[in-house]
Every structure is written in structure tokens, then in C-alpha cells.
Design a protein around this ligand. Structure first.
Ligand SMILES: Nc1ncnc2c1ncn2[C@@H]1O[C@H](COP(=O)(O)OP(=O)(O)OP(=O)(O)O)[C@@H](O)[C@H]1O
Ligand SMILES: [Mg+2]
Length: 408
């Protein structure tokens, strides 16, 4: 991984280097040593430059410092955001930081690793198994009276003693898919261990993780530290594109990336898709300068990939039976023509969902929850209104055949 990602404390506000165009001529041969894959449009890959998450990175590193000093942290961390905004990338970045700093034992998990509470002891610091033996590691049904005096207690004590020797961090991605019993047990263990030893649990998931955690036990989650992983700002989006290009000998002509940043809609996945398209075009031409020509030539590649992404999301909504509700919600957002960044109140959302499924209140709630899970809508922390999760997906849902354009 390159130095940007490895940098422990990323420099903020670095002004991109703009070289003069006559530095930009380069022969195709010299291009050969440029990596084929520079940007990382995909799932969970660390991008070549991890932009705009300084606040979240700072929060995580501060926790790590506390743990390293033998201290305890007051709460679990819950990372939440619509799909494609970089939750997994942030977890991955932190995992690498922990390893690089040798400050703690980190375990990265997904719900597939823990389908039953019995799995907890196995996945939480596997070396514990060697010391306490198989017979003791089973976790009894959580919520039963045996939790207090039972083997969860035993696991907790072992973890406390282990974390006192060496801090422990659990990074659980896709936590919105966590089995409820497993989740309850995990939150229970985390609360107890965290109170007495350097231990940190981080849960990452799509916006409906709120509902899932509430089902596991509201008292646990509503006091956790919440990190919202939404879109980037313009400056960070620019850096995410310009820095890797410049790092690899590219030259960004003044204003060339303005339209790219605007079209990426500040959405991390689209930023990587754009970067990939620009990079492919540069390599193909043996060029180094990103100018209006390169941007225009790369645009169809971006559009193709973006529309493929929208089509996949559209098919997913249809597969989940959410299309009528998604369309109704999209229409409700579209009606807010006076607002550049439209939002819906709870009542407006309920109304739109209810109108699509008039006779089944419970399934309407389920459908709305599913829309949150799919990243279609979300409610950033501290806001009381709903926002679209994936930019312009709603336009696509309303006009899939025209790629989201109302008047082709
Ligand atoms: N801060 C960032 N700067 C630049 N690119 C980023 C950033 N964060 C993530 N990306 C890129 O955005 C894309 C989506 O990231 P990631 O898969 O981590 O999102 P996610 O929130 O985990 O999505 P999902 O909910 O679908 O799992 C990836 O291509 C990743 O490289
Ligand atoms: Mg992810």
C-alpha cells in the first residue's frame, strides 16, 4: 500500500501540485512502469488516497492511543453509512494502523464468522482457546439468566485478563446482518470487558444498523460513539483524484477536474470509478496531463460503470420487492423542486411508503427498513430528516431506461 494510506496522521489541507503543461509530455515507453490498477473502484478496497476522513481517523487513533496506554474507552464505536461510502475501507485502514503501531490485537470479522453465540469465544482472540480449553468456550443462550454467572461471564473474565496484558480491538463489518443473539452476547461481553480493560468494539453497517442494534438492546447502542460515513466534500473528492495521479507523475491541468468532481457527486465509489477511467485513458494514450480532452475521453467509461452500478441497485430493489416503495419515495423527493438537497421528514417518508403499500402497515415499515439497508435513504447523525443514500439513484429508479434522465 502506498504511503498515503500508511501515513499514520494524514496531513490535512495539502494543496495539489499543478505542473506546467510542458512538463507533461511523456513517451509511451516510459509509461510502462505505471501501475495498471491505480484507483480501486470496488468493495472495501483501500483507495490509493484515503481522502476526507480525518475526523474519523483522528477519533480512531485517539482510541488506539488510549488503549495502548492501558486505558479504557467509554463506548463501542458504531460506523454507519449508505453503501459505497467507505465503511469497509475505513475499517481496513484502521486495522492496518493497529498492526503498524503494534498497539493491540485486532480481529476483523463479518457476521458470517459468528452465526451462533457459541462462535464468539472462537473468534474473539482465538489464542484464548488454547488456554481455556474447548469445554469452557461455549456461550450459553444470551438473555437467559445464566448469562450473569455462566460462561459469558467466564469468557468476559478471560478477555479482561487478556486485554490487560495486550489491548484488543474487534472490527465487525456488515454488522446490520448480525444474528440478534450473537449481537446481544457481543455487546454484553464488550460492555463488561471495556469497563475493566483496554478493549474496543467497532461495528460498521448500513443505516438500518440502528434498528438492528435497537433490537439487540437499546441501552447498549444509544450511548455508543457514532461515526457517520457519508459522502466526501469537494476538496476531499478533488484530493482523492489528484493526489494519486500526481503521485504517479500525472499533471492536473487547472480546472480539469472540476466537472469530474461534480459528476462524481462526491460519492467515494464514483470517485474511484472516475479515477480509474482517467487513469486508463492516460495510460492508453501514453499521456501524463489530465486536461479537458482526457476528461471528455474518459467520460463514457465512467458513465458505463456508473449506469451498471445503478442497474445493479435497481435490480436489487426489484429482487427485494422494494421497487414500488422506492419509486414512491423517489417521487416524494422529486417533488421538492425548490430544494437543491431535498430531504423528507418522518411523516413525509411514512406517507410515501404508505401510499405504495396502503393496506399493510407492518410490511411498509419493513420495506422502509429495507430501503435503509440498501442505502437508498438515510438519516445522518444529528439530523432528523431523511436524505437519499446513493446519489441520483432515485432519478434512475424513476427513469431506468434513460439512465435517470427525465427528458432524454
Ligand atoms: N475516503 C475515501 N476516499 C476515496 N475513496 C474511497 C474512500 N472511502 C472509500 N473509497 C472507495 O469507495 C468505494 C466504496 O468503499 P467501501 O466498499 O469501503 O464502502 P462501504 O461503505 O463499505 O460499502 P458497502 O456498504 O456496500 O459495504 C471503494 O472503491 C473505496 O476504495
Ligand atoms: Mg462495506
Amino acid at each position: 500500500m502506498n504511503e498515503y494510506v500508511r501515513t499514520r496522521r494524514p496531513a490535512a489541507g495539502v494543496v495539489p501540485r499543478i505542473l506546467e503543461p510542458d512538463n507533461a509530455v511523456c513517451h509511451a515507453n516510459a509509461m510502462d512502469d505505471r501501475p495498471r490498477q491505480l484507483f480501486m473502484p470496488g468493495t472495501g478496497q483501500l483507495p490509493p488516497y484515503f481522502a476526507g476522513r480525518q475526523v474519523e481517523q483522528r477519533t480512531l487513533l485517539d482510541c488506539l492511543d488510549v488503549l495502548r496506554d492501558g486505558g479504557t474507552v467509554p463506548a463501542d464505536i458504531v460506523m454507519m453509512g449508505p453503501r459505497g461510502n467507505g465503511k469497509t475501507a475505513l475499517l481496513r485502514w484502521f486495522d492496518r494502523e493497529i498492526v503498524a503501531a503494534r498497539a493491540a490485537d485486532a480481529v476483523s470479522l463479518t457476521p458470517d464468522d459468528i452465526t451462533h453465540p457459541d462462535d464468539l469465544a472462537r473468534v474473539l482472540f482465538p489464542s484464548i482457546l488454547d488456554r481455556i480449553g474447548k469445554a469452557e468456550v461455549k456461550v450459553p443462550e444470551v438473555g437467559s439468566m445464566s448469562v450473569e454467572g455462566g460462561r459469558v461471564g467466564s469468557l468476559t473474565r478471560r478477555l479482561i485478563s487478556r486485554c490487560r496484558k495486550r489491548p484488543g480491538v474487534v472490527l465487525l463489518d456488515e454488522a446490520h446482518n448480525l444474528d440478534l443473539d450473537v449481537g446481544r452476547a457481543l455487546l454484553n461481553v464488550s460492555q463488561r470487558v471495556r469497563a475493566e480493560a483496554p478493549f474496543l468494539l467497532i461495528l460498521a453497517g448500513t443505516p438500518n444498523l440502528v434498528d438492528r442494534l435497537a433490537l439487540m438492546g437499546a441501552s447498549f447502542w444509544d450511548r455508543s460513539k457514532r461515526l457517520d460515513i457519508g459522502r466526501l466534500d469537494s476538496a476531499a473528492s478533488f484530493e482523492a483524484l489528484a493526489k494519486p495521479l500526481e503521485e504517479h507523475g500525472g499533471v492536473v491541468a487547472p480546472d480539469a477536474l472540476d466537472s469530474v468532481v461534480a459528476e462524481s457527486q462526491l460519492y467515494p465509489y464514483f470517485i474511484q470509478v472516475w479515477g480509474d477511467a482517467l487513469w486508463a485513458e492516460l495510460r492508453e494514450r501514453g499521456a501524463t496531463t489530465v486536461d479537458a480532452d482526457i476528461v471528455a475521453a474518459a467520460e463514457p467509461r465512467f458513465h458505463e460503470r456508473r449506469d451498471e452500478y445503478y442497474a445493479n441497485r435497481y435490480r436489487e430493489l426489484r429482487r427485494e420487492g422494494c421497487l414500488p416503495v422506492a419509486s414512491a419515495v423517489a417521487r416524494a423527493f422529486a417533488r421538492q423542486t425548490s430544494n437543491e438537497n431535498p430531504t423528507l421528514t418522518d411523516e413525509e417518508l411514512d406517507h410515501a411508503v404508505g401510499a405504495a403499500l396502503p393496506s399493510a402497515d407492518r410490511s411498509a415499515q419493513k420495506a422502509a427498513a429495507r430501503l435503509r439497508e440498501l442505502g437508498y435513504i438515510w438519516q445522518p447523525s444529528g439530523k432528523i430528516d431523511w436524505e437519499p443514500g446513493i446519489p441520483r439513484l432515485m432519478g434512475y429508479v424513476l427513469n431506468p431506461r434513460t439512465g435517470g434522465r427525465a427528458n432524454p
